[in-house]
Write a protein that binds this ligand. Sequence first.
Ligand SMILES: [Zn+2]
Length: 184
Amino acid sequence: MIKNYVRRLLPSELHYSQSPQIGLIICSDSRVSPGVYIGKPVEPGEVFISRNIGNQATYDGKNPTPEVSCMIHELDSIRRIIIGGHSDCDAVEAATLPEREFEELHYSIRQGLSLMRKRLYDVAQIEGLRKAEEENVHNQVEFIVGYLKEYDSRKVDVMGMYYDFSTGEVSVININGNRNIKSL
Ligand SMILES: [Zn+2]
């Protein structure tokens, strides 16, 4: 089975290059399938995917992650960047733990979550985890929109989406920095 899967031939146009139109930034969570954000299974060559804890586009608020840099600076074919958040996100939950519990996380995890913690801790305490998960998506979208404005004139749409495990619903919650989106 695995042998067959690995040996699956790519279409000839993909043998030596890629030109995906979509860049997707999603959480590493095993329950998140990339296809839910584009409404179908992801085909080879179709989507350039970055996965990390908490679907982050930046770790310091200034520079994009290397994967997002590739989407913006290296892959001219990208026309849309999607940030895909989700419900019950362990990364957002961990980022907003009380200080003593947060300190017990491995150093590298704390490092990876430090910007999220700065931005989401109060939101999570006051408005709850779901609001913090949505706010995290908004933060990532706003970072990319700001970065594109500053460094790149190419027309790329940036979209924030939220996948709710309990209902199976995927909603668009942000388009190019505009948070007042109901759903598609
Ligand atoms: Zn997550």
